[in-house]
Design a protein around this ligand. Sequence first.
Ligand SMILES: NC(=O)c1ccc[n+]([C@@H]2O[C@H](COP(=O)([O-])OP(=O)(O)OC[C@H]3O[C@@H](n4cnc5c(N)ncnc54)[C@H](OP(=O)(O)O)[C@@H]3O)[C@@H](O)[C@H]2O)c1
Length: 328
Amino acid sequence: MRITLLGATGNLGRLTATLLASQHPAVQLRLTSHRKEGCSALREAFPQAEVVAADWYDEETLRDAVAGTEKILMVTPDFATDETVVTPNLIRAVRAVGGIKQVVRFIAIPPGFTVDQLTPAQLATRCGAALHTVAKPLLDASGLPITYVNCACWIMFNLPWFMAEDVKASRRLLMPAAADAPRQWVSEDDIAEVVAKVLTDDASRHVGREYLLSAERRYSFAQVAELLSEVLGENVAYVDDDSGVRRAMGDRPRWATTMSVPPSRRSRGVYPRRRKRSFSAPKTVSASWINCPANRTESPRAVERTSVMRSSPSTSCRKRPMTSTGCW
Ligand SMILES: NC(=O)c1ccc[n+]([C@@H]2O[C@H](COP(=O)([O-])OP(=O)(O)OC[C@H]3O[C@@H](n4cnc5c(N)ncnc54)[C@H](OP(=O)(O)O)[C@@H]3O)[C@@H](O)[C@H]2O)c1
């Protein structure tokens, strides 16, 4: 069986590729990146996989990437993705090549939440529900064999992304109180495990289903700081401060809202003739994000729970010993 992972250099894509490569040697992996250096990194990390360049703003490359594949995973990055272009491109590519048995789409939509509940400024953040509430209706209407893996929680990789720098530097966990709510935190390892299972099972078991991944407990930022203190053996104070969030997303220069690599470290791209994108992120990305209801409300009701995994920060800390890797 051939499985194509679109976005295989990303956090979840790479973890999924690693699981498939190590635990399912019979799977023929096809991995994609839209950057030359991304393709090189994938070839090095996964020598047994086929690596192809694909840009989901370029439908032809998407068609080539999904041709001859039985299953596809698509994970779109926050802040960068125009789902009104990318998702229709994928739908057309899948239809054009035919024969695809399952498209697995990773989403983050609190149950019952719809695009109408987002203000234009929140939609313009292109983050979380602002991506997925746009993509899902298009996919639902497409008639494609879709499985949604829905994680309307916080993923553990936010800790190193938003917060680690200040925890390391000054033992302070900086996050705005305005965005605080007791949240479910889910490990990216657990998500990858669910995705790998859904991709390697018989497609008929999962097509047409949505799996909501959730955790057993909720933790506020202050409680996360307490957990970090416990793991580190040093006090980590939670401070109401949005500078970490602004650094991670809000006050980034414009290149950072369209590409994940700064221009100085970026090659000209796999497709030098790529057209310009019209998207211009609002200056207030962090403010819009902080006030977005999808970041605050997480219904405990499951659409359909997987029995595969549940996570909590403490179990995930044990799984990935951050102190011993020097992460914190
Ligand atoms: N942070 C959270 O707490 C949280 C919670 C729930 C859900 N989520 C969702 O998780 C998702 C992000 O997951 P992640 O962190 O694993 O993603 P990620 O690391 O940002 O990876 C995204 C992938 O997209 C690829 N990509 C970017 N631009 C592309 C293009 N034009 N064409 C083709 N591929 C392109 C990137 O690869 P190349 O650049 O190499 O092409 C990368 O592999 C988002 O949808 C987010 O809403 C996040």
